[in-house]
Design a protein around this ligand. Structure first.
Ligand code: GLA
Length: 387
């Protein structure tokens, strides 16, 4: 938990008796719809309570000075000076979003920012989107710049592409900016329209298990998968000339033409096309409170990510396998980009304690690692908090 009072005390010690404003933006967990966003497809994430908090006050000049309590470091950049480009450190996310916003017409004030986050880093829960959206919201708000949350999300995504080098889709930033408490968010990643889907948690809970494995390959493999999907679209255009993305291909069409695709392109396309279908089915299942079906779709999603998309790893597979044998677990799958990070689980509310105990024990036996296991509550997207 982030201690906002402490954050405020440290801010005042550092910057004197100013009245800072407080902003927060959450991380997210994706329930289903993995690696579909950059294929113009559908995703069904929710924001989690773990968030990045930013205390912020304007400055007279155009410097942005950022203190991170997580890293115990201060770093800064000057909006009036030429950008240095990618540094390979956390400041890239903050500077990236600020530079993109300015380039697109926002005139930002200099600012002192102080950050603290309880979104675990490198766990596939979008700590980077939480950082981009919280600081983007803080800087625009201090500058009196009105920005709609979708534009802010797109600025965060561009920062990711240009400053971090991952050609990510829009899911993480969109969710951090626009999610709603007690709801999942069905995002159409082509039109950027979204529907808030109520989550009835009276009988079931969403649980996150962090494998505590972080694979260095994640970013390069991510960009490779994206390129493979684009190649799939080019090849399928011989039969389906009007398609623009894998979103436009139905399961039946893929079945008709997949023989002509070379591996691994065929497998990659199969994952994306079937995952889009599963995501829309999952929305229906949630609306009908058919949690058995929701859970089954989650297991199928994991299998598809493991076997066809090849973005899982043995630790994530172990977590899903162990979960699958526990009574009262309706569904389990890896969540986020993959190659480590977390699983998301749909668990009967009265089985939470057993779930924790069995996962902790068996995961340790199998991998010699400790998993972090917690209940995830669907939270609101980015906001200013009155203090
Ligand atoms: C990462 C990316 C998202 C999305 C997921 C996979 O989290 O940032 O845009 O592609 O991976 O679903």
């Amino acid at each position: 938990m982030v201690d906002v009072e402490k954050l405020r005390r440290v801010f005042v010690e550092m910057h004197g008796d100013v009245e800072p404003r407080l902003f927060r933006a959450p991380g997210r967990v994706n329930l289903i719809g993995e690696h579909t966003d950059y294929n113009d497809g559908f995703v069904l994430p929710m924001a989690i309570e773990q968030s990045t908090f930013v205390l912020a006050a304007p400055r007279a000049d155009r410097r942005v000075s950022v203190r991170s309590l997580n890293f115990n470091k201060t770093a800064e950049f000057d909006l009036d000076e030429a950008e240095e480009g990618k540094r390979g450190v956390w400041l890239d996310y903050v500077e990236g979003v600020a530079r993109v916003l300015e380039r697109e017409g926002a005139r930002l004030t200099g600012a002192n920012l102080m950050l603290q986050s309880d979104v675990p880093e490198g766990a596939g829960l979008s700590s980077s989107a939480a950082l981009e959206i919280s600081t983007g919201l803080a800087l625009t708000s201090l500058s009196g710049v009105e920005i709609d949350p979708i534009t802010l999300a797109l600025a965060g995504q561009k920062a990711e592409h240009e400053y971090v080098g991952t050609k990510s889709g829009i899911m993480d930033q969109y969710t951090s900016a626009l999610a709603r408490k007690n709801h999942a968010l069905l995002i159409d990643c082509r039109t950027l329209e979204a529907v808030h889907v109520p989550l009835d948690d009276s009988g079931v809970v969403i649980m996150i298990c962090n494998s505590n494995v972080r694979h260095a390959l994640a970013s390069s493999e991510y960009n490779t998968r994206r390129a493979e999907c684009e190649r799939g679209v080019e090849l399928l255009r011989r039969f389906l000339p009007n398609i623009k993305a894998l979103r436009d291909v139905s399961v039946r069409e893929l079945e008709a033409y997949e023989e002509s695709l070379p591996e691994p392109i065929r497998q990659r396309c199969r994952h994306v096309v079937t995952e889009n279908d599963r995501t829309l089915e999952a929305v229906e299942a949630l609306r009908q409170k058919d949690f058995q079906k929701m859970g089954r779709l989650m297991f199928e999603s994991h299998e598809s990510l493991r076997a066809d998309y090849e973005v899982s790893c043995k630790e994530l597979d172990a977590l899903v396998e162990i979960a699958g044998r526990i009574e009262g677990v309706l569904g389990a799958r890896m969540t986020g980009g993959g190659f480590g990070g977390c699983t998301v689980n749909l668990v009967a509310r009265d089985q939470v304690a057993r779930f924790r105990e069995i996962i902790a024990r068996e995961y340790r036996q199998r991998t010699k690692l400790n998993a972090d296991i917690y209940v995830a509550k669907a939270s609101d997207g980015a906001e200013e908090i009155r203090i």
